[in-house]
Design a protein around this ligand. Structure first.
Ligand SMILES: [Zn+2]
Ligand SMILES: [Zn+2]
Length: 345
């Protein structure tokens, strides 16, 4: 079987790997569609994601949907041929965080493409609890968007936004769009979204942002003041993964308001005006990955159509063209939101 293997920035190879049988409690997954995440793009472009700097080749990807190709001994509730969405995260179930239901912070976390091989391969073995059965016949392209949406679900659990809150969302990539979908579900009408790219702005409009600003050519502070009034928004959510946007988030939020940091930057660190946090009585929160509960909630939202993710999918590439897919996905000139790799059915 073939797999998409990372060797370094801008170096990925299609490699032959042995087909592995599922062991006890495991299933063999045949992915049909797998999404290229912003985090995959950071590893592709720079070879670094936050503090994670891989030193060995690894199989990329963590957003997949497909079918169960084989079932190992002792697996209950899944059969060959079932369609599933893959949760890339597995907590150890034992540590301090797992005991608290915060397996996204697990001390012995397994996360596909980060601590274990990813999903960009024709087959992969997975512990059965990471495969979530979805209705037969459901569009597997949409099912591949469950994982990125789960990050937005988790973010909104971290900072529940009230319908009366005004919100500035900086960054309308897939994660930002998922957050917009969640804000809409929560009945929050006063949302302004900002991005630097036209297609992202267009997507934000379609996901229901009341006001959208292309900050590459429009004056964001002026637009924000007009929309929110001089006091500023109650909540600012940073989903751009850029140091400038993180700094802006802390400046834009009103005194007494909340900032939620979702984006992951590269190695560049953001200088923080701590006095602004103290003197303006800010609440500053971070959020990372998603728990199984958030993953299941995201699946429910996608399957029911309460959050519509079809518009996120800009282009589908055969997985053999992974290199080209990464080149296009990383180049803003192509105006792509979510690229999927397609695997043979
Ligand atoms: Zn991702
Ligand atoms: Zn754990």
């Amino acid at each position: 079987m073939k797999a998409v293997v990372w060797y370094g920035p801008h170096v990925i190879r299609l490699e032959e790997r042995p087909l592995v049988e599922p062991g006890s409690g495991q299933v063999l997954i045949r992915p049909r569609y797998a999404g290229i995440c912003g985090s995959d793009k950071k590893l592709y472009e720079y070879g670094v994601l936050g503090t994670h700097r891989p030193s060995q080749p690894f199989i990329m990807g963590h957003e997949a949907a497909g079918t169960v190709a084989a079932v190992g001994p002792g697996v209950e509730g899944l059969s060959t041929g079932d369609t599933v969405a893959v949760n890339p995260l597995l907590g150890c179930g034992q540590c301090f965080y797992c005991q608290r239901g915060e397996e996204n912070l697990c001390e012995r976390l397994t996360f596909r493409s980060i601590t274990a091989d990813g999903v960009f391969s024709e087959f992969f073995v997975l512990p059965a609890e990471q495969a979530l059965r979805i209705p037969a016949g459901f569009d597997l392209r949409l099912a591949a968007t469950i994982e990125p949406l789960s990050v937005g679900v988790q973010a909104m659990r971290r900072l529940p936004v009230q319908p009366s809150d005004s919100v500035l969302l900086i960054g309308a990539g897939t994660i930002g769009l998922g957050i917009l979908g969640m804000l809409r579900c929560a009945g929050v009408p006063r949302v302004m979204a900002a991005d630097l790219l036209d297609h992202a702005c267009q997507q934000a409009r379609e996901m229901g942002a009341a006001m959208v600003v292309n900050a590459s050519r429009e004056d964001l502070p002026q637009k924000a003041a007009a929309f929110f009034g001089p006091r500023g928004p109650d909540v600012v959510i940073e989903a751009a993964g850029a140091p400038e946007a993180q700094a802006e988030a802390l400046e834009f939020v009103r005194p007494g308001g909340s900032v939620l940091l979702v984006g992951i930057t590269g190695e560049a660190l953001t200088p923080v005006n701590v006095n602004r946090i103290t003197r303006s009585n800010l609440q500053v929160l971070g959020t990372v990955r998603a728990t199984g509960e958030s993953f299941r909630a995201a699946a429910e939202l996608v399957i029911s159509g309460r959050v519509r993710t079809a518009g996120w999918i800009s282009q589908v590439f055969p997985f053999e063209q992974a290199l080209q897919a990464f080149e296009c996905a990383s180049d803003p000139a192509y105006q792509l939101t979510k690229c999927l790799l397609e695997f043979p059915s």
